[in-house]
Write a protein that binds this ligand. Structure first.
Ligand SMILES: [Mg+2]
Length: 188
């Protein structure tokens, strides 16, 4: 049986973009605040049999703004909260490189998608990538996913998308609304 995957960005999708705390990166648990409805949306996906994969650029580690250990600590606390609410995350992929490192994983490249699904048959055309930035939409499109831009992070107005060479398949207010596209219940 082919496993059903959903790929998600983290900052601006699961939790508030760190701009809320006046920062470029979530550098500590104090900067991490779940967006409204996120925990329910993740439970909903889990209950519907989806394997949830988080795909997140965290160049702040490469820049020395926080450590890998610090990132894992934030992740662990995030997972505790998600699991207490009934959700389950299958895999978390972080790219800690800087742009100039020219790695294969930093979005819009697709290394993290491949890494999370190594040795597993995935029909990417039947999966979604939900993100809050142009880079997310480009990464999702390159790997062959359907893409959903949520307006809960960096971009507040869907009109901006008009100038993008690669456009999302859907634009939704937040993760809760995006999940309705995937499992039904939305006017799409
Ligand atoms: Mg983001």
């Amino acid at each position: 049986m082919i496993m059903k995957f959903i790929f998600l960005d983290r900052d601006g999708v699961i939790n508030k973009d760190p701009a809320w705390a006046g920062k470029d990166y979530v550098t500590s648990w104090e900067d991490f605040e779940f967006l409204p409805g996120t925990l329910e949306a993740l439970k909903n996906l889990t209950d519907n049999g989806y394997k949830i994969v988080v795909i997140s650029n965290q160049a702040g580690v490469g820049k020395g703004l926080y450590t890998k250990e610090g990132l894992y600590e934030i992740s662990g606390k995030m997972l505790d909260k998600i699991e207490s609410a009934g959700g389950k995350i299958y895999s978390i992929q972080y790219c800690m490189h800087k742009n100039e490192d020219n790695c294969d994983c930093r979005k819009p490249k697709t290394g993290m998608f491949k890494n999370a699904t190594k040795d597993i048959e995935v029909d990417f055309s039947k999966t979604y990538f939900i993100g809050d930035s142009r880079r997310d939409i480009e990464a999702g499109d390159t790997i062959g996913c359907k893409t959903i831009l949520v307006l809960s992070g960096k971009i507040k107005d869907g009109k901006e998308v008009a100038s993008w060479p690669i456009k999302p398949d859907f634009i939704k207010k937040d993760l809760r609304e995006a999940v309705k596209v995937i499992i039904g219940g939305a006017d799409v």
